[in-house]
Every structure is written in C-alpha cells, then in structure tokens.
Write a protein that binds this ligand. Structure first.
Ligand SMILES: [Zn+2]
Length: 227
C-alpha cells in the first residue's frame, strides 16, 4: 500500500514535470489539470523529507540515521543517551509489573569496539555472513547511544530470532513504542534494512516518533523515505 503511494507520488512528479512542457496543447483539460496538480503538490509537501548532515552525521526529519549505507564518523562518541536510558528503565519497570524480567544486554558501543567486534565475527564466519548480523565500524546503530539489545533474564533465546516468540519478545513488539523505542530490524523487512530479523534490537526515537513508525508498519528506512 505504502509502496503504491510512493509510486503514485513519484509518477505524479513525473507527470507534473511533463505538464510544464505541454502548456500549449491540452487546453481543454487545463482546469482539471490545475486542480489535480494542486492536490498532487499538497501530497508532495506532506511526503517531503528534510535531510541535514551535521559534523558527518545524517539526520532525516531530525532522526539520526545509521544503516549499511549511512555511517557515523569514527570520532562520533556520544556515550549512552540519558533520555533513552531512562526510557529503557521505565519500560523494564512496566514489564516487571507484568511479571516479565527484561534486561539490557548491550547499549552504547564506540567505534573502536565495533572494529574489534566486526573483525572477530568476520574472522570466524567470513565477511558475507558477518554482514548479515553485524555492522561494519561506523555503521552500527549502537554507536548512536540510542540503541539497545535487550533480553529476558535467564532465557536461552536471547539474541536469537526465536526471542520474538517468547512472551518477553512479544511484549516488546507490542509495547516498546509506548516508551519511545522501535524494533529496528523487523521480520519481513530484511531486504530494506539489510539485517536479519532482530526482535531484541531497539532504537530510541522518542514516544511520538516511535509510535508513528510503529503505526506505519514501515522500517525506519521507509518511514524517512530512503527506501
Ligand atoms: Zn543491536
């Protein structure tokens, strides 16, 4: 559905561009044409995304973007974000009230740590395999300080896809956005995100944006118009 919409918007852009060159012809259709041009323009305004690059970091609609194509500079070293840390704790507290014991497996990782991790994985499994589950240095979302891998205390499903089938994994899928997080690499979006399904990898966006992304059923790349 969303894809169809994007296609429509894109093709109207093409149409709008064409109509500028054919002013002298379609006179009879002029009124209708102007009308639909206006509504097309309104749609385009709504779908427009603002991209800003600041000190080597890419922000789209004020969301810091890190993925396989968009990287962070090696000196970007913000540490753990206090707001997301607090939100994570709130989420754990709520889960605890519902008899689910979640904990943080990992959070902020600096560039150098990612260099070591990636090299270790690539040596063990080869680069091609490592790229499916690990980020190259500069391309890890953990370097933002806004990202966490979470697990269930004592579970043997932690950091496996099957974590998504546990009651803790299901609870996260359903509730994380209420605390400002999204499951960053959803099932079925592997080709868009470039990562396998990771029901444990959460990215903090704030409640409002996380809820919008959750409701959109899109991966973050789609939501900000990258894919
Ligand atoms: Zn992760």
């Amino acid at each position: 559905m969303k894809k169809l919409f994007t296609v429509l918007v894109f093709s109207t852009l093409l149409l709008a561009a064409c109509s500028n060159h054919s002013n002298s012809t379609d006179v009879s259709e002029n009124d209708t044409q102007q009308q639909s041009d206006k509504s097309r323009k309104d749609q385009n305004v709504q779908k427009k995304h603002e991209k800003v690059i600041k000190n080597g970091c890419t922000y789209i609609d004020n969301i810091l973007i890190v993925n396989k194509e968009v990287s962070l500079p090696s000196n970007f070293n913000p540490g753990e974000n206090p707001e997301s840390q607090q939100a994570l704790q709130k989420m754990f507290n709520q889960a605890h009230k519902e008899n689910l014991n979640l904990y943080k497996i990992s959070g902020f990782r600096n560039y150098q740590t990612q260099v070591q991790l990636y090299n270790q994985y690539a040596t063990r499994d080869g680069k091609k395999a490592a790229d499916k589950y690990s980020a190259r240095p500069g391309n890890s979302e953990h370097q933002t300080g806004l990202t966490y891998d979470v697990g269930a205390v004592g579970s043997d499903k932690n950091l496996y896809k099957s974590f998504g089938d546990t009651k803790e994994g299901k609870w996260i899928a359903k509730n994380a956005h209420k605390f400002g997080f999204i499951v960053r690499y959803p099932k079925g979006k592997e080709k868009i995100t470039g990562y396998q399904y990771e029901p444990w990898h959460l990215r903090y966006l704030g409640k409002q944006t996380a809820t919008k992304v959750y409701d959109s059923d899109q991966a973050l790349e789609e939501y900000v118009g990258l894919k």
